[in-house]
Write a protein that binds this ligand. Structure first.
Ligand SMILES: [Zn+2]
Ligand SMILES: [Zn+2]
Length: 214
């Protein structure tokens, strides 16, 4: 049993390794993937599952963010079809009829996908902390293009048993590097410097900043 746990953790650490090459926050990206995987399974095989349908009704449907995520997912995966969404969503009409006349009916109040997301986020925060507790991996994060977002930086700060100062130092350095990269991009956009090649961080700087605040 112990051996199995260790193996899972190594697999998850490998997932973080992969995400360090991507623009954005590894914790956000992996959490979003976990929710998308759940949505995928739900519409692939579980939409008639009584538990899923009951949770959907008990949660007063899903929240706007997760309805949107499902919409995007079904658009990106047309093989899943839209019958499942029709079946699941039809159960909501009784509540919707009440909601149109009573604003205290809170649609998506107990969104199940919010709970899935929260669990995944907690798990990946812990895995990320595990990851950077190793100095070599911390250095790998430091040099990588990825950047833990502001929200998750604060969450890491509030975690128990975490040595935050080393991480904070890296976050500051990453911000400085990003600032310089964006200045460089602006400088190279001048026609007199147009021949100088633009590096990945310079070209993607605006997106890195945007994702830091998402
Ligand atoms: Zn994040
Ligand atoms: Zn939600």
């Amino acid at each position: 049993m112990l051996k199995k746990t260790k193996k899972i953790s190594e697999y998850l650490i490998g997932q973080i390794d992969d995400k360090l090459n991507d623009i954005g926050c590894p914790i956000c990206t992996l959490t979003e993937k976990a929710v998308n995987d759940y949505i995928d399974t739900l519409f692939y095989e579980n939409v008639n599952d009584p538990v899923e349908r009951r949770d959907f009704i008990n949660g007063m449907g899903y929240c706007p963010k997760h309805f949107q995520m499902i919409e995007n997912h079904l658009e990106e995966h047309p093989d899943l079809g839209i019958l499942g969404a029709n079946i699941l969503y039809s159960d909501l009409f009784e509540i919707l009829e009440k909601a149109v006349e009573d604003e205290s009916v809170n649609i998506g109040n107990g969104c199940k996908l919010c709970a899935i997301e929260e669990n995944a986020q907690k798990r990946y925060l812990e895995i990320f902390m595990d990851y950077i507790s190793n100095p070599m991996r911390l250095e790998k994060y430091e040099k990588s293009i990825s950047m833990v977002c502001l929200k998750h930086t604060h969450m890491i700060k509030n975690m128990k048993n975490v040595h935050f100062s080393a991480f904070l130092k890296i976050q500051r350095e990453k911000l400085h590097r990003l600032e310089r990269a964006m200045e460089e991009f602006i400088r190279k956009s001048d026609y007199r410097n147009a021949k100088e090649p633009v590096s990945r961080i310079e070209g993607e700087g605006w997106r890195i900043l945007s994702k830091f605040l998402e």
